[in-house]
Every structure is written in C-alpha cells, then in structure tokens.
Design a protein around this ligand. Structure first.
Ligand SMILES: CC(=O)N[C@H]1[C@@H](OP(=O)(O)OP(=O)(O)OC[C@H]2O[C@@H](n3ccc(=O)[nH]c3=O)[C@H](O)[C@@H]2O)O[C@H](CO)[C@@H](O)[C@@H]1O
Ligand SMILES: C=C(OP(=O)(O)O)C(=O)O
Length: 422
C-alpha cells in the first residue's frame, strides 16, 4: 500500500528535472520487441511502475531486459521471444501492454491477450486496433476474457481510425511496418509521443511518412534493427510541475520541458495568470498574481490534453470565479471531483462537464487516487491546502511519475511517500 502525505503552504522554488515520457517509452518497448536481432538501448527512461510492468511483461514473453535505474536506461534483447501470451496478472496492470501485440504477431504469428489495464476512465475500447489488424489480414477472435489475434503475415491496406487513438495509431504503424506492401492510416494521432515513436521506428529501418499530418503511409520492410534512442521529455509531467508552481504561487525551472508540447495547456495556464519563459531546454514558470477562472475542453493534440484535465481542476479550485471543464476524450474522468470536495472544493459534475466554483480554501484530509492523474491532482491540492493531505492508492501515482516525492522536496514541498502493509 503506497500513500502520499503532503503538507501544504510552501511556495515551490527551484529546479525540477522532467522525466522521460511514459506514453513514449511504452510503445518504444513494444517497438524494441520487433527487432529479431541485436539489443535496443532506450535512454531517458522514466523510472515508473508502468515501465517495471512492461519489463516484467517483456521478460514473460521471452525477451532479455535490463533496467538500469540509476542510468535511466533500458537494454532490450528481443531475439529470444518464446511465448505469445500476455498474461492477465501483468497485462491488466497497465495500458501499455496492448502495445506488445504487433511484435507478437510479427515474431510469433499470434498474440493471446488475457487482459489490458490502464486508468479506469470509463469505456476504453480497442475496436480500432482489432479492426485494423483484421484489415491487414489477421484473424481476431474476441472471446469474453481472452482475445486471440493470429496472422500468417500481415499485408498492407487502407486503415482508418474513427477518432485519432493514441495507442491505436502506434499499434497500426507497428503492425504495418513489417507487413507486405503499403498501408495508409487515415485520421492518425498527432501527439508528440507518436512522432517520437515514428522517429525511433524510422531509425530501426521502417519506412513511414506523414507523421504529424493525420495521414500516415507505411511501406512494409523485411526486418527492423535494434537501435539506441532517447525518450522525449514527458509533457504531462512538465504540465504537473508547472501547475505545482501555479497552485503554490511559486517560481520553478523545469529542465527538459518543451513549451511547444504543452499545446493549448500553455495558453489556458497563461489565461489563469501563470507566466512561462522559454530558456532553451529550461522552462521557467511562475505565478505571482491571483488565479483567474478558466474554460477547458479536452481534445487530442494540440488541444487540451485529457491527462492534464484532473490537475487543472485542482488549479481551478483556487481561481476566483466559476471555471467550466468539459471532458471529450473519456466518459468517466471526474472521480477527482468528490475527493476535492472532501477537501473543501465546490465542484458540480453533470455527465461530461464540471463546474468548479472558486476560490475555496482547501483543507488537508484523507483522500483516494482513483487513477494516475486524479492522484497527482490530489498531490497538487495538498500543496495548496492547510494541514496534511493523505492520498491513498499511491501506486497509481507511481505508475506515471518517477521519484515524485524527491523531486517535489527539491522544490521545497513537504511531500512524503510511505509504504505500509495493506
Ligand atoms: C499508454 C498511453 O499512451 N496512454 C494514453 C493514450 O491512451 P489510449 O491510447 O488508450 O487512448 P485512445 O486515444 O486510444 O482513446 C481515446 C478515446 O478513444 C476511444 N477509442 C480508442 C481506441 C479504440 O479502438 N476505440 C475507441 O473507441 C477510447 O474509448 C477513448 O474514449 O491516449 C490517451 C488519450 O490521449 C491518454 O489519456 C493516455 O495517457
Ligand atoms: C490515462 C493514462 O494512462 P494509461 O493510458 O496508461 O492508463 C494517463 O497517463 O493519464
């Protein structure tokens, strides 16, 4: 049982190091499994629980993996894949398990998916993935508990996504990369992580064009080589640390944060009164004026990232006036509201919209993380609250933010992580 204890009141000051991106490293581990020879080296790997689960899963299917935590480096030898089974006990613990399917199809001719996990945010369908594999020639048997995908060799086709799914785009690119002939993917995702994965696959020898346009063409090749690649910085981690400065009236330098990757999040925070100054690879963030309320509509990149919707809900609690938040990506991403209300917030949720009436003083109490980002949003609330906030189900925070307590402490925050018997 992991818990976070936060004592609020300290304006954050100093330097934070932004971790490598969770949503880039997970598909990159999936990509590394496509290389039948050699060793892949991934650098700037975030030391998070999802990466540990991905390492366990890769080992379970036969890869040899070394996670060098101090060096933030993964070494993956996928020459020895032996099992097509993604077992429930690991695969259900993180979303990234779904990104192992293309490698299993190419390397072993089948993938047996006993479950896929990830944050509980309402419906999280995978139909675009399975329809895509079928159009590439695979047989998909969707049983109640287990999904079996089989292929004697994938063949290029025209594919489309009803909406630009992040992992859906990555999976269909990886499936097409070693297929025969040309694949076109329409309505593909534009997220920076997807472009970083395309960059890695291209260096592995894949022929991919159109990344970032929504219309991707993949020309299949015979084999892909193991390469070395540095994972891009995590824009969600950067957004959270920027908001930590915002809720405490602080001033921080974020090493490695890329302002361009924040998309609309940047402009919304500026409207609220947060100032950004871009000094090359260091992003300076400060807030020294009262917070203003905001309207937020989540969207795919470069729109407002749904993963930063929970953190900005905390910021909105401290703004003077009513903020409106409309969630368009997931149909169950407001579990945070009830937890913030326990701390003194005034948030009303109707279907996929929330009204946050601020500014309300927040008071520390016992609250629960329902998913990764509601967890980190409660840490932000704790930083601004009077007294102590104790956040249960802290494992969910550890899924996506590395060394959180240490990095917050370096900015002067009183954040502690504790482990106790369940
Ligand atoms: C590991 C990873 O990269 N996770 C990210 C990824 O999740 P993930 O890739 O799972 O999210 P998607 O972009 O696929 O899902 C977005 C929406 O599309 C729907 N959908 C998706 C696929 C499908 O086959 N059918 C379907 O209906 C989902 O139910 C959801 O409502 O993108 C999300 C949206 O930016 C982020 O919150 C997650 O942090
Ligand atoms: C929804 C998230 O992650 P996942 O897709 O891995 O559950 C997230 O990172 O906020």
């Amino acid at each position: 049982m992991v818990r976070y204890r936060v004592r609020g009141g300290n304006p954050l000051k100093g330097t934070a190091f932004i971790q490598g991106a969770k949503n880039a490293v997970l598909p990159m581990i999936g990509a590394a499994l496509l290389a039948a020879r050699g060793r892949t080296v991934l650098r700037n790997v975030p030391i998070i629980e999802d990466v540990r689960r991905a390492v366990e899963l890769a080992e379970t299917i036969g890869a040899k993996v070394e996670l060098h935590e101090a060096e933030r480096t993964l070494v993956i030898d996928a020459s020895t894949l032996t099992s097509p089974v993604l077992p429930a006990e690991i695969a259900r613990r993180f979303r990234g398990s779904v990104l192992f399917v293309p490698a299993l199809l190419h390397r072993l001719g089948e993938a047996i998916i006993e479950g896929v996990g990830g944050c509980n945010l309402g419906s999280r369908n995978l139909d675009f993935h399975y329809l895509g594999y079928k159009r590439l020639g695979a047989a998909v048997d969707e049983g109640d508990a287990v999904i079996h995908v089989k292929s004697a060799g994938l063949t290029g086709a025209t594919l489309y996504l009803d909406t630009p799914s992040h992992t859906g785009t990555e999976n269909l690119i990886m499936a097409a990369a070693l297929g025969r002939g040309t694949t076109v993917i329409e309505n593909a995702a534009l997220e920076p992580e997807v472009l970083d994965v395309i960059d890695m696959l291209t260096r592995m020898g894949a022929k991919i064009s159109g990344g970032g346009t929504g219309f991707i063409t993949v020309q299949g090749v015979e084999e892909l080589q193991a390469v070395e690649h540095t994972v891009m910085p995590d824009r969600l981690d950067a957004g959270v640390f920027a908001m930590a400065a915002a809720v405490t009236g602080g001033e921080v330098n974020l090493v490695g944060a890329d302002l361009d990757h924040l998309g609309v999040v940047r402009y919304k925070l500026e409207q609220m009164g947060v100032e950004f100054a871009d000094h090359g690879a260091v992003l300076h963030v400060r807030r020294d004026r009262p917070l203003r309320p905001i309207n937020v509509i989540t969207d795919t990149y470069p729109g407002f990232a749904t993963d930063l919707q929970s953190p900005i809900m905390t910021v909105a609690c401290l703004a003077d006036g009513a903020s409106y938040i409309h969630e368009r990506i997931f149909d169950g991403r407001f579990a945070l509201a009830a937890e913030l209300n326990k701390m003194g917030a005034d948030i009303e949720v109707k279907q996929n919209s929330a009204v946050v009436r601020g500014a309300t003083p927040l008071t520390g109490t016992e609250v629960t993380a329902h998913d990764l980002r509601s967890g980190i949003a409660l840490v932000l609330a704790g930083l601004a609250a009077e007294g102590e906030t104790v956040i249960g189900s802290g494992y969910l925070i550890d899924r996506g933010h590395s060394y959180l307590a240490e990095r917050m402490q370096a900015l002067g925050a009183d954040v502690r992580r504790e482990i106790s018997a369940p």
